[in-house]
Design a protein around this ligand. Sequence first.
Ligand code: FAD
Length: 492
Amino acid sequence: MGKPQKIVVIGAGPVGSLAALYAANRGDNVEIYELRSDLRDPSTTPLNFTKSINLALSERGINAMRHAGQPKLIEHVMGATIPMRGRMIHGRRANGDLYEESQEYDVHGRAILAVDRGRLNERLLDILEEMPNVTFFFNHKLTGADFRNNKAWFEVRDDPAKKQETREIEARFDFMIGADGAHSAVRYHMMKYTRMDYQQVYIDTMWCEFQIQPRTPSSDDITESKFLISPNHLHIWPGKEFMFIAIPSDDGSFTCTLFAPASLYEELESDTTGVSIPPFFDKHFPGVTELIPPSELIASFRRNPHLPLISIKCKPHHFGSSAIILGDAAHAMVPFYGQGMNAGLEDVRILFDILDKHSRMDELSPDADRSASRAHALAEYTAVRVPDAHAINDLALQNYVEMRASVLSPVYRLRKFLEEALSKYLPSLGWQTKYARVSFGNERYSEVVARSEHQGKMLVRGFVGLLGAPILAGGIVLFWRYRRVMDVGLRA
Ligand code: FAD
């Protein structure tokens, strides 16, 4: 493996922390620089300024943690998750009755897992802290980088309470991993060194968080669930233009999110009393006001931030042998496929698989230059990962339509039914829904898209075939009759 190198990781979010763990396991000296204070310190302002967000963790994220070389990581993380086996669609029938409809995610019973992002991140930091070759630098903001001479500059806040008092330090590195989120400083500085294509879109949707509290325990029924609605579902109140969702937490509460166009937020914000908020929920998200008291709906809407959603694509993700961007820094996506963090964690596994492959090749050559070998590995990473990052960004955008509208469409349900039936009863054909391929497998995202398109075409052909057979038979009958008439006519 050669002598240890200095790996600098920017950002101690889930992706940066996992990358630090992979690097430290390979014996390198790892320094993690994080803009904010240690998130395990209760006074630290959480990301996005809310308590914490609940996420859907799925196979790709789990697989990346499984390969981190720390069995207790996966044990700790999995111990604090709740399986969500499907979507629970909530609505109101024409006669005014409320209904719930469970749509399972997978015919084979696989589930995605509800997890608290903050707690997952804390577990990663706890494990990193025990490693002798890892050093943390909290309250260090990357402000500049020279990727040719491998130097970086940080603004340091020794006392986070004194926002104005900062000093600057310089750090040297062999390799920088930028996992500093959607507004990445590493990406910004990398752009000065490489011809990076960059595309950023703010979709016309804002989000705000609400909470469904656990059931108040009643003294006479100790078997009563602490959850007011099913804990094993991701709950969706679809609307054509907007959507309300709820994800379970292990204390019996649900973290809920209102996704709606900016204009609707502006309309609701303009009502300074907030009285229009409960009727809005009653009209569009039936049953929610029975789960969240109207006064709490108003208070949460006013207290919690109204945040935008950004989608970012860029290429390349690396510069030479000195830097790479991972996670949201490379491909922030809208949250509708539940893949942002999963894809970021998967980046880490793929990056280190490729780096390891190149290191093994080097071991065979006595004159190997580690930096040249890393340059080849990073170029390979960009070539492999960019099409996949773009594919999942696009899928995430498309899934917003699916979650708020298509889940109610007969065509969508028919395709889901057929694909699941084929997957269950004819497994040798290898059919799966797109959702199952994304959430329960590790197939490349770009391959998922290609296979799903192929399956769609096969289904259409099958339909045409099914409909075509009677039409063809009818055509043949008509042709024979017509021919006999023609014959008679000709003979006459
Ligand atoms: P971040 O979590 O953004 O971490 C970046 C870190 O870098 C932060 O700690 C930040 O303080 C630090 N930093 C920033 N700038 C600097 C600097 N200049 N110097 C030093 N440090 C810096 N994903 C899923 O997989 N499943 C879901 O169900 C899901 N749901 C979501 C729901 C919502 C509403 C949202 C908004 C996102 C959701 N996501 C989901 C996406 C997920 O939250 C992100 O993809 C994930 O947090 C990205 O992790 P990261 O480590 O790349 O970046």
